[in-house]
Ligand binder design. Structure first.
Ligand SMILES: Nc1ncnc2c1ncn2[C@@H]1O[C@H](COP(=O)(O)OP(=O)(O)OP(=O)(O)O)[C@@H](O)[C@H]1O
Ligand SMILES: [Mg+2]
Length: 462
């Protein structure tokens, strides 16, 4: 620790004490002193010491009162009490009120030095912890669902309604749609927020181990079970357990899970004692559970029990209006993380991102924006999307206008011509039908939705 700057204030009515301390500690610390409480308090607000050595017994304002006032100015100012004989009661009281230590008079200077070092060390740790807590809080602020499209607003409303209830929530949605964020929100918006949130990925743990992982085991339950171990349900007691990929849970375990859902009790593997827990259960899956029901890979009774509240997270391509907001959110996040100042994306790029189909949903968008920020290069978006469209055939990227060299790509050139034709045909049909979009879609033999996209894409107006 840098001790050059550590400032210590001595408040004592006995000038010998102040003198002795500044003589002996003056080399290591900056020592200032005050002869009584009122003067001491003035010095505290003026010099902002890291630590105060405070006499308990002083004429006028007593040490305890001075202590209270110092703490109310700044909780993080450390105070060590200096006490004479027969002041045990006051010593105890001062510790209750926030003093870190006390030193009996007369003291040995070496002893004082050790106390000071201890207290400063603890103070340093306290500040570090405060900093970490703040960082954690900042990070959890990121863990909110970005999006104000209608389906997202609906989902946020339901989350708020059910977060603090005991209802079992099933979160469904394609990969990357934000199921885990929702699970965490359900926890942090409930009165369980200060208790554990435990995630178990049912697909990632081998089926032989999953039962022991979830419910724990007794010593000797199987080879290698050297001692009794708590399962995740117990660890999550009073908090929330998030069973991810619930569609992958083996059938044998499903009945045990059902029992927990019904009675909040179970036995450890190899155990005979019933264990009761108060654990909130939230599940998620990106599988088609209706199909799993038909295939009998999920128990019907479990399915209905899990289904008390279902949140269906829509894929990103069904709420394209959220894309600009998400782009903004991730640009901000990764500029902060990587200490960059990458400017907003051009409107053309945003438009391209809004038209793309996002098979990997928000996760894919997030990763792309992260790369753009790290490499400070927006053009990689065009390459990435073009590549991925060639694989999936989901989107024909428009020719980027910033391509300086002449574009000989057959695909692009033909695409341009097709787009021209498409645009004029659609305009023609729209004006013929007086901008009746349904009728126009019928005539064009395309779906209503894809007509709406085309109208937006070509910026057609009536
Ligand atoms: N609405 C959103 N707002 C902000 N970030 C989001 C949103 N949806 C998803 N994300 C981010 O996208 C990434 C993927 O989200 P998450 O892990 O919750 O997806 P998932 O649905 O659980 O996917 P999988 O089925 O693959 O596990 C995370 O980094 C998450 O922070
Ligand atoms: Mg997930």
């Amino acid at each position: 620790m840098d001790q050059d700057k550590v400032k210590i204030l001595v408040i004592d009515d006995d000038p010998k004490v102040s003198w002795l301390l500044s003589e002996s500690l003056g080399k290591t610390y900056e020592i200032v002193s005050a002869k009584d409480g009122p003067e001491g308090l003035q010095m505290v607000s003026k010099t902002k010491p890291n630590l105060v050595l405070l006499d308990i017994k002083m004429p006028g304002m007593e040490g305890l009162e001075v202590l209270d006032r110092i703490k109310s100015m700044d909780q993080l100012t450390e105070v060590i009490m200096l006490s004479g004989h027969g002041e045990t009661k006051n010593v105890v009281e001062s510790i209750k009120r926030g003093a870190s230590e006390f030193i009996n008079k007369p003291f040995d200077v070496k002893e004082v030095e050790i106390h000071i070092q201890n207290v400063l060390e603890k103070n340093h740790l306290k500040k570090e912890l405060d900093h970490l807590k703040k960082e954690l809080k900042d990070r959890s602020q990121y863990e909110t669902l970005v999006g104000d499209s209608f389906p997202m607003l609906q989902i946020k409303t339901v989350i708020e309604q059910v977060a603090d209830s005991e209802l079992t929530v099933l979160i469904r949605g394609e990969s990357g749609t934000g199921k885990e964020i929702v699970a965490r929100m359900l926890h942090t918006l409930s009165s369980r927020k200060n208790e554990p949130f435990i995630k178990v990925n049912c697909a990632a743990i081998p089926r032989e181990l999953l039962e022991a992982e979830l419910f724990g085991y007794e010593k000797g339950a199987f080879t290698g079970a050297f001692k009794t171990k708590q399962g995740r349900f117990e660890t999550a007691n009073k908090g929330t357990i998030f069973l991810d990929e619930i569609g992958d849970m083996p059938l044998e375990l499903q009945s045990k899970l059902l029992q927990v859902l019904e009675h909040y009790e179970f036995m450890r593997v190899g155990g005979i004692k019933t264990i009761k827990v108060d654990t909130r259960i939230v599940c998620a899956t990106n599988r088609d559970l209706n199909k799993a029901l038909k295939d009998q890979t999920i128990r019907e009774d479990l399915f209905y029990r899990l289904n008390e509240v279902t949140l269906n997270l829509p894929p990103l391509r069904e709420r394209r209006e959220d894309i600009p907001l998400l782009i903004e959110h991730f640009l901000q996040r990764y500029n902060t993380v990587y200490n960059k100042k990458y400017h907003p994306l051009s409107s053309k790029t945003v438009q391209l991102l809004q038209e793309y189909d996002w098979p990997g949903n928000v996760r894919q968008l997030e990763n792309l924006i992260k790369q753009v920020v790290v490499r400070e290069d927006e053009e990689i978006i065009y390459d990435t999307i073009k590549m991925s469209s060639l694989h999936t055939g989901s989107y024909a990227a428009p020719t980027p206008s910033f391509t300086q060299a002449k574009d000989y790509s057959l695909k692009n050139r033909v695409g341009e011509v097709v787009a021209q034709q498409e645009k004029s045909l659609i305009s023609e049909v729209l004006s013929k039908t007086n901008w009746n979009r349904r009728k126009a879609a019928q005539l064009l033999e395309v779906s209503y939705r894809s007509l709406l996209y085309k109208i937006k894409e070509y910026q057609l107006t009536g």
